[in-house]
Ligand binder design. Structure first.
Ligand SMILES: Cc1cc2nc3c(=O)[nH]c(=O)nc-3n(C[C@H](O)[C@H](O)[C@H](O)COP(=O)(O)OP(=O)(O)OC[C@H]3O[C@@H](n4cnc5c(N)ncnc54)[C@H](O)[C@@H]3O)c2cc1C
Length: 380
């Protein structure tokens, strides 16, 4: 296991307490009611967990990516949906933190560390994997831009106070013609479409956002015109690490449930844990979860060390390995629990539904393999 310093241990111990006392007892209810857990946002804010990656000057703790990955992992053992609040939050503020002006950072980052929520809005009905086909436009008009377009599936979308929106300022230039903007909740011209009713990761809000002649002040442009796509890709490297950490935590949660159940469940006069068929299945579950964890920590370390050449490939690989592992491990956990695994009285069916999403979002696992494969053969 990776050695941590005292401060990192202290943060993780706080997270474990929060998970045990406040998140684990709510996990089934968050899923069944499909209600956004505002109480957990409050707990995160009280414990300095809303934006740990931010430096102290903006209200964070200057956490390394590795520590944040471990925080996400701990929470996801009990509730990946509760962890997704922090992931969407980071996706929303990282573009501002890495390329925003000082004014933007001072205006928005402290708010996001202390209780406000953010969102990252790239995907559109016609632009998912093919994100460069997006239609949202930002046209300059004096001291502001006029934003028109529509985004979908946006995590935290309709509840976010601050939304980082990607739009073309010069569509002809494709990747070099995209820019990012900070849009505030309540802006004239911002409307919300439907909130999605999902298979899993319930309790998390996913919304359609509609921009109609929305005036965004020039000072709310994040970085220079044309930097949006690069900013999006840098943010997605981190986001893929967070998704991988979420998947590792989820897989570990399922392993723990399966092992505990196998010890207790008696068939043919003994615990099913004594059956080799169960031991083989659980051995695979534990081994693949551990392997996914190591790859995920490796990706986190590369981000912390700023190893640009390797970051994108390793974050993509960690994301598809960990989420494919979570899908297999949670499915096997249902198998270990037999018929009871299929019932809502036990958490493993929820875990299986939650795992599916991680194979899809922040770039599908087909796209992750495409990103890694291209990089492997890039030849430098
Ligand atoms: C619950 C949820 C939350 C989300 N949150 C956000 C968010 O906060 N912000 C945001 O911007 N987006 C968000 N997304 C969007 C998410 O990132 C996209 O759904 C994802 O990138 C895939 O896009 P798509 O759904 O349009 O699928 P498509 O791109 O239409 O893909 C359909 C299928 O085709 C495959 N495919 C497509 N192109 C290729 C290719 N070139 N090679 C091989 N296979 C290919 C895909 O892998 C997939 O299997 C969220 C999505 C969901 C479901």
């Amino acid at each position: 296991m990776i050695p941590l310093n005292d401060e990192q241990e202290m943060v993780l111990n706080t997270v474990r307490d929060v998970v045990r006392d406040r998140i684990a007892p709510r996990a089934a209810e968050i899923d069944s009611k499909d209600e956004f857990p505002w109480d957990i946002v409050e707990v995160y804010a009280q414990n300095g967990l809303l934006a740990p990656l931010l430096p102290e000057q903006y209200g964070g703790i200057g956490a390394e990516y590795l520590l944040f990955a471990m925080i996400i992992e701990e929470i996801s053992k009990a509730s990946p949906s509760a962890a997704l609040i922090l992931i969407a939050q980071a996706d929303g503020f990282l573009p501002i933190h890495s390329r925003g002006s000082d004014i933007l950072k001072e205006t928005y980052l402290p708010r996001l560390a202390s209780g406000s929520l953010s969102a990252f809005a790239a995907t559109e009905p016609g632009a998912g994997s093919d994100i460069l086909s997006m239609k949202t436009r930002a046209v300059p008009n004096g001291d502001h831009y006029v934003l028109d377009g529509r985004k979908c599936f946006i995590t935290n979308g309709s509840i976010a106070d601050v939304i980082t929106v990607f739009a073309y300022t010069n569509p002809a230039r494709k990747a070099k013609g995209m820019s990012a903007f900070v849009v505030e909740k309540g802006s004239a011209g911002l409307a919300y479409g439907k909130n999605e009713d999902k298979m899993g990761m319930r309790g998390s809000v996913n919304s359609e956002l509609i921009f109609e002649a929305l005036a965004v002040p020039v000072q709310n442009r994040v970085g220079e015109e044309g930097e949006g796509f690069a900013n999006m890709m840098e943010t997605l490297d981190g986001s893929r690490l967070f998704a991988a950490s979420q998947a590792v935590g989820l897989a570990q949660g399922a392993v723990d449930e399966a092992v505990g159940y196998a010890r207790e469940r008696v068939q043919f006069g003994g615990p099913i844990a004594s059956l080799q068929a169960i031991q083989f299945m659980v051995a695979d579950m534990v081994a693949y979860t551990e392997a996914a964890r190591m790859l995920t920590y490796r990706a986190a370390r590369l981000l912390d060390e700023g190893k640009k050449r390797q970051i994108t490939r390793f974050c993509a690989m960690a994301k598809f390995v960990a989420s494919d592992t979570a899908m297999k491990v949670t499915t096997d956990a249902v198998q270990v629990l037999g018929g009871y695994g299929y019932m809502k009285d036990f958490p493993v069916e929820r875990m299986m539904r939650d795992a599916k999403l991680i194979q899809l979002y922040t770039g599908t696992n087909q796209i992750m393999r495409l990103v890694a494969g291209r990089d492997i053969f890039r030849g430098d």
